[in-house]
Design a protein around this ligand. Structure first.
Ligand SMILES: O=P(O)(O)OC[C@H]1O[C@H](O)[C@H](O)[C@@H](O)[C@@H]1O
Ligand SMILES: [Fe+2]
Length: 191
């Protein structure tokens, strides 16, 4: 059995970053195939492999008795008309839940079940989104200039299943239409 000691970590309320731990960073090139406009993606990548989001793995044991937690920071911008977002995933232990509390910015949590139900909920500072077990989830930043900063917590044994989203995509996408965030059916959804 791993012995876990009480620990203290700091996450900056403004930029979401921790001074006590290194984040995991995902740049544009790690998101190949995720955005619906492939041409816009390639054009943007040719201009540089910019940082899209970063988040923390605090290294808690991967036991159902433990709680994985940290911040997730998605930077503003779009690829074509599609807002910056995380890759998104189901949990490997699919019925494990997760909670997100928004500290800064404006965005949405896009969710869907394997059966095809979809739901998106708005992130604004002070709002908490509960993602029940079985719902794939992806954070989306719709603010023109500010990072989307959330604090998350989920069971330590949940794991990340990226394969399903990588091969099928999400059923719904968040794009800009007439200057506003708009949800559309994913034209490339591959279920
Ligand atoms: O794992 P991604 O879909 O790339 O999203 C990045 C991260 O977002 C959130 O912060 C989740 O709680 C993390 O577990 C996840 O890894
Ligand atoms: Fe998750």
């Amino acid at each position: 059995m791993t012995t876990v000691f009480p620990s203290l970590h700091e996450f900056n309320l403004n930029n979401g970053l921790s001074s006590t731990r290194e984040p995991i960073r995902r740049t544009l090139s790690k998101m190949k195939g995720m955005f619906h406009d492939e041409a816009a993606f390639e054009a943007q990548l040719a201009n540089g492999d910019s940082l899209l989001y970063e988040f923390y793995d605090m290294g808690v044991p991967d036991s159902e008795k433990d709680v994985a937690y940290g911040t997730s920071i998605t930077y503003p911008g779009k690829v074509g008309d599609e807002y910056h977002m995380t890759k998104g995933h189901f949990h490997t232990v699919i019925d494990t839940a997760e909670v997100y509390y928004c500290l800064r910015g404006h965005g949405y949590m896009m969710m869907e079940t394997p059966e095809g139900e979809t739901k998106w909920l708005e992130f604004l500072p002070g709002k908490a989104v509960y993602v029940p077990g079985r719902w794939a989830h992806r954070s989306i930043n719709v603010h023109p200039t500010e990072p989307l900063v959330t604090f998350f917590a989920f069971p330590g044994n949940a794991g990340h299943d990226y394969g399903t989203i990588e091969s099928k995509g999400f059923r719904k996408l968040m794009v800009e239409r007439d200057g506003k965030p708009t949800v559309i059916d994913n034209p490339r959804w591959n279920g």
